[in-house]
Ligand binder design. Structure first.
Ligand code: HEC
Length: 107
């Protein structure tokens, strides 16, 4: 007959494994890729930057420099916008560059 402690131990093992993995994930800084960051733009600019709406600019195939300048201008409130100024404030220069690399490479 199995004792309650024997029945529980595999579960405890699993729990501690999951816990240690999540602790690790929390302490190791995630390196966000251009794709990961670029995917946050998809809800408005379309999947992989391909707009599905004539009023929304596509980001796919955009000139790298153009995206960087636009994001920095929005972030610095130098370019008028409805939402992009708020969105751009959430990204650092290296992140904007990674996003620009990602979208500029999409054909
Ligand atoms: C909530 C919707 C929304 C999200 C999310 C969003 N955008 Fe935008 N974006 C807009 C709108 C709307 C415009 C037009 C300018 C404005 O009114 O803000 C725009 C304009 C732009 C432009 C200017 C394009 C041009 O042709 O001049 C760039 C570049 C841009 N967005 C990049 C991004 C990037 C990069 C992300 C993700 C980090 C992103 N946007 C996320 C709504 C969004």
């Amino acid at each position: 007959m199995t004792t309650p402690s024997q029945t529980i131990s595999p579960l405890m093992l699993l729990c501690s494994l999951v816990l240690s993995l999540s602790v690790q994930a929390g302490t190791t800084p995630a390196i966000a890729t251009g794709k990961m960051l670029g995917d946050t733009c998809a809800s408005c600019h379309g999947t992989r930057g391909k707009s599905f709406d004539e009023y929304m600019p596509s980001l796919a195939g955009i000139e790298r420099k153009q995206l960087i300048k636009a994001m920095q201008d929005y972030r610095g409130d130098r370019r008028a916008s409805v939402v992009m100024n708020r969105i751009a404030k959430g990204y650092t220069d290296p992140e904007i560059e990674a996003i620009a690399d990602y979208f500029s490479r999409i054909k």
